[in-house]
Design a protein around this ligand. Sequence first.
Ligand code: CMP
Length: 146
Amino acid sequence: MERTLAIIKPDALAGGHAGKIIDRIISEGFAIRAMKLVRLTRRETEGFYAVHNERPFFGELTEFMSSAPCIPLVLERADAVAKWREVIGATNPAEAAEGTIRKQFATSMGENAVHGSDSSENGIKEGRYFFSESEIVAGGADVTEA
Ligand code: CMP
C-alpha cells in the first residue's frame, strides 16, 4: 500500500466540485485515511510549495492556494502516487487527457482543481504537512483489511 496527498484546491471547492471529486476518489479504489477543510495561510502554502520557491509562478501559486478554503486528503491504495496522477491528468488542463479530473474541472495551470504528490516519499511527507499521525486513520469502513 502506498500513500499520496491529494488537495481539492480552492477553485474546485468554490466551483462546487468537491463531492464529485471525492466520489471519484472512492470509485478509483482509494481509501481516504485523512481529510479536512482548511483555509491555509500564505506562510503555510509557502512551506508546502517550498520546492517551487525559485519559480516565477511561486507568488501566484501561494496567493491562490491561500485565497480560499481547500480540502487536503491522505489517500491510500496500491500504486497510489501513479494512479492518482493518472486520474487527475496533466498539470496544464489543456494537456489533460479526456476523463481526468483536471480535464473536467480545471481552468488553468494555476487553478488546476487538484494536487497530487509526485513520489512515494513526498506522499508521506506531504501527508504529514497537513495531518498529525493520530489524524491519519488506519482501517475503517472503506477498506477491507483490519
Ligand atoms: P500542483 O500539482 O499543486 O504542484 C505545483 C503547482 O504549481 C501545480 O499544481 C500548478 O498549480 C502550479 N504551476 C505549475 N506550473 C505553473 C505555471 N507555469 N504557472 C502557474 N502555476 C503553475
